[in-house]
Write a protein that binds this ligand. Structure first.
Ligand SMILES: CC(=O)N[C@H]1[C@@H](OP(=O)(O)OP(=O)(O)OC[C@H]2O[C@@H](n3ccc(=O)[nH]c3=O)[C@H](O)[C@@H]2O)O[C@H](CO)[C@@H](O)[C@@H]1O
Ligand SMILES: C=C(OP(=O)(O)O)C(=O)O
Length: 449
């Protein structure tokens, strides 16, 4: 067990570099299963717990994987299994993204049912509807989803009831080796979809229209491993933009792509933050009081649900009342109770939160209820009076590379402590900051590379 400890009151300045996007690298690693020959070389692969998990899934399927210096090499020529076990899928929903590639490659697959999680029930009906339309026979039972095709999948026209990111990716991957053309209508348009399509095309696939709401995939006979560099993580970038703004800072977020962050930039500007994008990143300067604004999460290019909780932290410190409406996930206000422990005033009514500004955050013991909630609590901790302890670090480790190092590099007073397991020891854990030379002690380099 471990915690992040944040002592509030430091203004952030300097440059922070964004890592490769979690939500790009996960489907791309899954897609590497499609390579019948050669090797895929995936660069800028962030050393996150989620990446380790999906690598384990691929290894369990028989793929050869090495991971060094943020480069993953996948050799998927000889797959030995079509089953993704509970052990890995239960750790991370995105493991389910191996279903499309396995169906295309092996004609059958059995995958543990991905459960719901803190932010919502997250059904997979749209994924399965797509596979069935392409001729797969899907059965559910004993906690597993099985899909089988009678020979190769067949191209089909698939309309998604919701522009689901995962369903678009899974269907797109399954369709690459189908007979004929598949059309996905009401497809998700996220930059990560475009990144995946670029990688698939480099492998020999014919995917057109990614980034629009209609994607056409012409099936081909064979895909081969290919090199690809993952796009920068727009949510990590947005998180550092919020961290900079909430502390009244001046930070250059290197690698951030302004085009991928349209609504985040727009809303921060509406609040009174100065945002200066250039071709290598985005500079954020907050040198005046911030105004309240309303936020509504939507699929891309709308305001990203994955930035909702961090933005709520910023709105809490603005002047006035803001309304935050969450339309993507039905239960993504878990951070509200945690913010309340830090002195925030927020009223939740259905899918909307009424957020009172001018919060004088007070340090408290809080818990990351999900990945972005954790990031948001750390942002609040940066300006809180006193010390904030953020537990639930396993959520945060899913999506932020070297979080303490990056924030310390900007001048934040944050470190991480490892807690002894209660049964093993009753020793108190110190929340004193380690000497700077010792901090940060957290090493996220994979140990099994
Ligand atoms: C690994 C990854 O890329 N994760 C992202 C991805 O998750 P993920 O791909 O799971 O998100 P989706 O876009 O699929 O989900 C959006 C909404 O659609 C619903 N839905 C989805 C599929 C389905 O078959 N049926 C259905 O009802 C979900 O319950 C949710 O309410 O997009 C989300 C929305 O931008 C982000 O928050 C996640 O960070
Ligand atoms: C919800 C998220 O991710 P995932 O879909 O991997 O749970 C996220 O990145 O905020």
């Amino acid at each position: 067990m471990s915690k992040f400890i944040v002592r509030g009151g430091k203004r952030l300045t300097g440059t922070v570099k964004v890592s490769g996007a979690k939500n790009s690298v996960l489907p791309i690693i899954a897609a590497s299963l499609l390579g019948q020959e050669g090797e895929s070389i995936i660069s800028d692969a962030p050393p996150l717990d989620d990446v380790m998990t999906i690598n384990k899934v691929l290894e369990s399927l028989g793929a050869g994987i090495t991971y060094r210096d943020e480069v993953i090499r996948v050799n998927a020529q000889n797959l030995t299994s079509s089953e993704a076990p509970y052990e890995w899928v239960s750790k991370m929903r995105a493991s389910f993204l191996v279903m499309g590639p396995l169906l295309a490659r092996l004609g059958e697959t059995r995958i543990s049912m991905p459960g719901g999680c803190a932010i919502g029930t997250r059904p997979i009906d749209q994924h399965l509807k797509g596979f069935e339309a392409m001729g797969a026979k899907v059965t559910l039972g004993e906690g597993y989803v099985e899909a089988k095709s009678d020979g190769r999948l067949r191209g089909a026209k698939i309309y998604l009831d919701f522009a689901s990111v995962g369903a678009t990716e899974n269907i797109m991957m399954a369709a690459t080796m189908a007979i004929g053309t598949t059309t996905i209508e009401n497809a998700a348009k996220e930059p990560e979809i475009v990144d995946l399509a670029n990688y698939l095309n480099a492998m020999g696939a014919v995917v057109r229209g990614a980034g629009t709401d209609t994607i056409r995939i012409e099936g081909v006979d064979k895909l081969v491993g290919a090199p690809h560099t993952v796009i920068p993580d727009r949510i990590e970038a947005g998180t550092y933009m919020v961290a900079a703004a909430i502390t009244g800072g001046d930070v250059y977020v290197e690698g951030a792509i302004a085009d991928h962050l349209g609504p985040v930039v727009a809303k921060m500007e509406e609040m009174g933050v100065t945002v200066i994008p250039d071709e290598n990143g985005i500079r954020v300067i907050a040198d005046k009081p911030l105004r309240a604004v309303d936020i509504k999460t939507l699929p891309y290019p709308g305001f990203p649900t994955d930035m909702q909780s961090q933005m709520m932290a910023l709105l809490l410190s603005s002047t006035g009342t803001s309304v935050v409406t969450e339309t993507v996930f039905e239960n993504r206000f878990m951070h509200v109770d945690q913010f309340r422990l830090m002195n925030a005033e927020i009223k939740v009514e259905g899918r909307s939160s009424f957020v009172s500004g001018e919060t004088k955050f007070v340090g408290a013991k809080v818990t990351a209820t999900d990945l972005r909630a954790g990031a948001a609590l750390i942002c609040a901790g940066l300006v809180a009076e006193g010390t904030t302890e953020v537990g639930g670090t396993h959520h945060i480790d899913r999506g932020y590379v070297n979080l303490t190092e990056k924030l310390v590099g900007l001048g934040a007073d944050i470190w991480r402590v490892s807690m002894p397991e209660p049964a093993a020891s009753t020793e108190a854990v110190t929340t004193e900051a380690p000497a700077r030379a010792e901090a940060p002690a957290f090493n996220v380099q994979p140990t099994w590379a």
